[in-house]
Design a protein around this ligand. Structure first.
Ligand SMILES: [Zn+2]
Length: 95
């Protein structure tokens, strides 16, 4: 990891070089979480074999790396945007 104060920074959208200290660009931090709501329990549990479901999930996860598993539940991104791109982006961040 390079030190943000030393490294040259570039706008993630247009690639313009950003000059630390000039105050004309933005750091955008994005945190994304998977739905934290526990799944609803169907019926009284008799019809649903929990052990079988857990076996299935473990088998599914065996094929994924730890990083992939983390990425599924939590992502944190840091973007640098020049003033112009920031003003465009913030109006429609999910666009
Ligand atoms: Zn830009």
């Amino acid at each position: 990891m390079t030190d943000a104060h030393e490294a040259h920074l570039f706008c993630h959208r247009c690639g313009a070089q950003l000059a630390p200290g000039e105050g004309n660009w933005y750091v955008v931090r994005i945190e994304a979480f998977a739905d934290p709501t526990p799944p609803p329990l169907e019926g009284d549990g008799d019809a649903f074999d929990v052990g079988e479901e857990i076996d299935r999930l473990i088998e599914e996860m065996r094929h994924m790396s730890e990083q992939e598993l983390m990425d599924q539940v939590y992502r944190r991104l840091t973007l640098h945007l020049c003033g112009r791109c920031y003003r465009d982006w913030i109006e429609s961040p999910a666009g």
